[in-house]
Ligand binder design. Structure first.
Ligand code: ADP
Ligand code: MG
Ligand code: ZN
Length: 190
């Protein structure tokens, strides 16, 4: 398990963090030095912990920029919610190619507006392996949700949260967006 970048991506509720915690556990069993990291921005479950909706949690170091990783020398770097981190993607190449480190990284590939999220496209392009998970669609119960739909008001920036988002499949997203548009039209002059 050396010298590689493994990525888990997909919408909210798809199992990214659960997969990441599995990687953390296996690295520990293999007697590797391992540390977990998360963006400062994401404090849903407290500042220094990565928690899966399913089970388990690990202590995590809050960082903002990829270069913060360079302050820690371990065999395996576990990073959750990568889409909220900033910095130069070359930091990861340096860790893996020059220093022989292994990275397990999870993050949302798309914003609620269905746009590529932060540095995720760059991460995906340099990864050794990418697993795209899907969630159960909130509206139709089919296991084909690839979108994270924001339930709140659509006039703010990215909101970090749990209950404000639901996973949707393509056709249910289409219906929601159509309904939103009709709602907007109806209330625009009031
Ligand atoms: P992520 O990090 O991708 O948001 P987690 O790994 O934290 O997801 O949680 C995944 C778990 O969430 C699933 O194993 C399941 O127990 C639960 N879950 C709740 N709602 C859904 C859903 N709509 N689709 C799939 N899993 C869901
Ligand atoms: Mg998660
Ligand atoms: Zn659906």
């Amino acid at each position: 398990m050396q010298n590689k970048i493994v990525v888990y991506t997909g919408p909210m509720f798809s199992g990214k963090t659960t997969a990441l915690l599995g990687a953390y556990e296996r690295a520990t069993i293999a007697h590797k030095k391992v540390l977990a990291f998360k963006p400062k921005l994401d404090n849903r479950f407290g500042d220094n912990v990565i928690k899966s909706r399913k089970f388990g949690e690990v202590q995590a170091i809050s960082i903002t920029n990829l270069k913060d990783l360079l302050k820690y020398d371990v065999d395996v770097y576990i990073i959750d919610e990568f889409q909220f981190l900033e910095g130069d993607i070359n930091v990861l190449l340096d860790l893996v190619d020059n220093k022989g480190k292994t990275l397990y990284v999870s993050g949302l590939d798309m914003t609620a507006e269905r746009k590529p999220f932060g540095l995720m496209p760059e991460l995906l392009s340099i990864a050794d392996s990418v697993t795209k998970f899907i969630a159960v669609c909130h509206d139709c119960d089919e296991e084909k949700a690839i979108y994270s739909y924001y339930l709140g008001k659509k006039d703010t920036d990215i909101v970090v949260g749990n209950t404000e988002y639901i996973p949707l499949c393509r056709s249910c997203m289409k219906k929601r967006l159509k309904a939103d548009k009709e709602h907007e039209e109806k209330f625009k002059d009031r």
